[in-house]
Design a binder for this molecule. Structure first.
Ligand code: PLP
Ligand code: SF4
Length: 451
């Protein structure tokens, strides 16, 4: 299958556009100016149900829509378009709105970028002791863009990523200098956008590093959902699979961290064949997704998703809470609701699907999981704990916030029982302060720092 991508520049070529009324096409062009838009022929022809596009979860996660934006913002761009404003006026309006969408939430650009021999190491993030993240410079785009993506600024050119010379060697060197690291996670964007030879440079550097501490290589990717032909008919599909086998033959665990938002993404024969071929290499596929309003905000969707994953040999891994950036006004759900969805789905699947963890917020201090909503001394509270934390000492120690039925992120919660702060705020001189509860910057800055 030949890959054809559609963006704001060539969307007219999509024949399926005939299903959309003119007003929706105009709205898409407006919103697509502010938030990134890219889709492809597989998503359009095999995933989206065009007869019911308005409520279709796959359409929603791929196509910019009016309801994603503040009406005031929408009108500004819409006026620019209808009045044929010049490029300068349009860019100015777009930049202003993007900045209002919280593109770099924590505002602290220096977190999580490691140093080696006194120099900042670009393209790497090392936050949790055992796992190092690598952002291959050539892997910072995707086969299609998710409308809810928290990395959206990187696709608009707001945070530029430059080529990193010797990035693969530097990652391998860093790994060797840090014996506590067991896992290397290649992430993006989507590393599976790279051709096999590029990917091989990164994998080879790790395999030949001589670092005995390396146990697992993970690859975070949406390719199984957005372009399964990556493993079937691309010119280098066989080479990709050989590379996977090379990792497992070396005695290193290879885990494909598949991003799957809805069970419909797993329904095509291309998806299923791709899963089969990947598993034949000895790699294991794990699945993760945010819980999103208007996409998968119902426990029966998650229940089916986890059941289908287990039957395909995919291990359910994470349910995330979406971050407060970009189009979050449309996709966010109250934390207590995410917990209810999780609990309801989790309680109806067998133990093999209960490997999943969540709902989890990736915040600056760590990955915070909602454990439950117990009543203590006659008062409802929200119980949470760290799955991962900046300080490993904080992991799996329950802490409590006052009940709040609309809060969508940790910064909206107050400690319970009259406490003035959460225990980790007292403990951490580095990451205290409520506005430091969002973690996007670590990732974005490591991309921006590539030089
Ligand atoms: C989630 C995450 C990891 C991996 O955590 P696991 O619990 O091992 O899956 C590593 N680094 C960062 C920054 C993360 O957000
Ligand atoms: S595939 Fe991942 S990085 Fe790419 S747009 Fe979707 S969520 Fe963002």
């Amino acid at each position: 299958m030949k890959y054809e991508s559609y963006t704001l520049k060539n969307y007219h070529k999509m024949s399926k556009l005939k299903f959309l009324p003119e007003t929706d096409i105009f709205d898409m062009a407006v919103v697509g100016r502010v938030l990134p838009f890219k889709t492809n022929n597989y998503v359009v022809d095999e995933l989206i149900d065009w007869d019911h596009y308005a409520d279709d979860p796959l359409f929603t996660i791929n196509f910019p829509q009016k309801k994603f934006m503040d009406p005031k913002h929408f009108d500004i761009i819409s006026d620019c378009l209808t009045s044929h404003a010049d490029r300068f006026a349009m860019d100015k309006a777009v930049d202003g709105i993007r900045l209002a969408l919280n593109p770099h939430p924590a505002g602290q650009l220096d977190y999580n970028i490691p140093e080696m021999e006194g120099n900042k190491v670009s393209g790497i993030q090392h936050k949790y002791s055992e796992t190092m993240l690598v952002f291959p410079a050539q892997g910072q785009t995707c086969h299609a863009y998710c409308t809810f993506c928290f990395r959206w600024p990187q696709f608009t050119g707001m945070s530029e990523h430059r080529m990193a010379l010797k990035q693969a060697e530097v990652s391998a060197q860093y790994l060797k200098c840090h014996p506590e690291i067991t896992d290397v996670l290649l992430t993006g964007g989507d590393p599976m956008i790279m051709n096999a030879s590029r990917l091989e440079v990164y994998i080879n550097a790790l395999l030949t590093s001589g670092a005995a501490n390396l146990k697992t290589i993970r690859i975070g990717t949406k390719s199984l959902s957005f372009w399964p032909y990556r493993y079937l008919t691309d010119t280098d599909s066989e080479k990709i699979l050989e590379l996977f086998r090379k990792v497992t033959d070396a005695g290193i665990h290879l885990s494909i961290m598949a991003h799957i938002n809805h069970h419909r993404e797993m329904s095509t024969s291309a998806f299923r064949e791709a899963v089969k071929r990947i598993r034949e290499t000895g790699a294991v596929i794990r699945a993760q997704s945010p819980v999103l309003n208007h996409v998968n905000a119902a426990s029966d969707i998650w229940e089916k998703m986890w059941l289908d994953q287990v039957s395909l040999g995919i291990i359910p891994y994470y349910m995330f809470v979406p971050r407060n950036t970009g189009a979050h006004r449309f996709f966010s759900l109250p934390l207590v609701k995410t917990y209810e969805i999780f609990r309801e789905a989790f309680s109806h699947v067998s133990g093999l699907a209960r490997t999943v963890r969540g709902p989890s917020m990736s915040a600056l201090p760590g990955k915070i999981k909602i454990n439950g909503i117990p009543e203590i001394n006659g008062k409802k509270v929200i119980s949470m704990s760290f799955i991962q934390a900046r300080s490993s000492d904080w992991v799996e120690k329950p802490f409590f916030a006052e009940y709040h039925d609309t809060a969508c992120w940790i910064n909206e919660l107050k400690p319970a029982f009259g406490e003035t702060d959460f225990f980790f705020e007292r403990d951490d001189t580095d990451a205290s302060g409520l506005n430091a509860f969002d973690d996007d910057t670590g990732i974005l800055s490591s991309i921006m720092a590539l030089s």
